[in-house]
Design a protein around this ligand. Sequence first.
Ligand code: ZN
Length: 122
Amino acid sequence: MVKEERMSRNKLHVKIDDQVYILSGKDAGKTGKIIAAYPAKRRVIVEGVNIATRHVKPRSQHQQGGIIRQEMPVDVSNVMLVCQKCKRPSKVGRKYLENGDKVRYCKSCGATVSVITKGKKG
Ligand SMILES: [Zn+2]
């Protein structure tokens, strides 16, 4: 009856400043840094990935025309966190440490990726 909730709603397994590996699409195999995240849409923008080029006409004397290169969002299911310790694209888990901190951790090597919430102690 109760729907399984694997992760709380609107929470992504990656966040801004994470280094991620692209799993699919034209940039599959690349790695880059997340520069924007849209949790509600489950999309992220990764630096240098999924770049769209737009040709822009000058609209005024002060605005130059030209080609704008801009990253487009990719689905968050197409990216994997790159662990800064083992340098591998890794699955991310969540757990509580002994000091009460809730952290994201690398399922490959166990290293803490980042602290989600600080514990009461310390
Ligand atoms: Zn690791």
